[in-house]
Ligand binder design. Sequence first.
Ligand code: NAD
Ligand code: UDP
Ligand code: UDP
Length: 353
Amino acid sequence: YYPDSRSISYSTLTRFPPVKLLSPEKRKRILVTGGAGFVGSHLVDRLMLLGHEVTVLDNFFTGSKTTVGHWVGHPNFELVRHDVVEPYMTECDQIYHLACPASPPHYQFNAVKTVKTSFMGTLNMLGLAKRTKARFLITSTSEVYGDPEVHPQHEEYWGNVNPIGPRACYDEGKRVAETLTYGYHRQDGVDVRVARIFNTYGNTYPVMNPFDGRVVSNFIMQALRGEDMTVYGDGSQTRSFQYIHDLVDGLIALMNSDETRPVNIGSSDEFTIGEFALLVRDIVEKVQKEDGTAPARRVQVIYKPLPTNDPQKRRADTTRAKQVLEWQPRWTVRMGVEEMVRYYKAKMAEGSI
Ligand code: NAD
Ligand code: UDP
Ligand code: UDP
């Protein structure tokens, strides 16, 4: 007995990756805002493969139709161009609210729009959750801790954010989005989940965005092209990097858990940015040696000014995620970066980037 026979029609089976066939009580109608972005497109892939019905809302500011294009036409999938700053009506069971640019050059491009997206977008999606009684998950960020005085950062820490600096549109936007989320939770009984995501890296399939501006793709692209690798400041600032597949596991686990408090989802494997540049160079060189494409001149690390308010230290304390979600990262940085390097290299070789 196949509960949704539309998914086993000949044309569906031959055009799309095979999705699970869920019974109607298990199959959820899931709205993913920002679903055409980096994290969103990976989340959409996983939710589709799990057999759910997925609607993506995206205004394609930093995302692109191509990242989810392989699902267009599938009976379980819908792609809607919509700006979450405007109200939106639909019926659904779960909302993953991701819509918001996340790379510093992107979110600083139009600071006012970033704040509007965080505030009005989250307000609208919470209004939708209230009306439909859908469960609502927001992707908040480690940026709510700002330039932290507590290390590593646990969820009870209130943060140290400059409210008027160049990063404020993103940091304060997410902080007010969390405030709204708990406002709706307390006042209207909306069922909420809050993920505080730490630095995440990975490919965007099938067409990737190598010009995202965040550090991992910058370093890999520079090293592969034989350009100097740009470390901002003296490289002593730290970050912990998680691979996209671990994040998607964590988001789905959180959505389906009973935890309404914020939960950090990230890696606790901390590097200085200077060390990280050398690690990326090492991995790129290893891959190039294997296929005999090592350049004559070794790529150099050069230093550029440190952006204003760049957090000095950041590492996720993931005790809560381990306890309540039984989740922990499975990918080491070496494994994830190597996978990413191979993918970028293949795309460069075929001329698509
Ligand atoms: P991204 O920029 O690749 O994706 C964001 C998506 O939201 C894009 O598809 C963009 O077009 C869409 N979007 C932006 N403004 C919108 C609007 N007003 N209406 C509709 N769609 C809009 O970024 P990402 O890395 O995929 O981040 C996704 C979410 O995860 C964001 O909420 C971000 O704050 C959060 N997050 C990401 C990281 C990370 O390291 N990737 C870390 C912390 C938090
Ligand atoms: N909203 C939405 N979709 C819905 C329900 C509400 O976009 O399905 C928007 C609504 O337009 C409003 C916001 O969500 O701007 C907050 O809704 P709520 O019902 O909490 O507030 P009110 O409409 O009473 O101001
Ligand atoms: N960074 C860098 N070189 C780059 C891009 C970023 O040294 O080409 C640094 C940046 O200053 C920050 C860290 O790498 O200290 C992570 O930057 P990213 O923009 O990826 O994310 P952030 O954690 O700052 O939001």
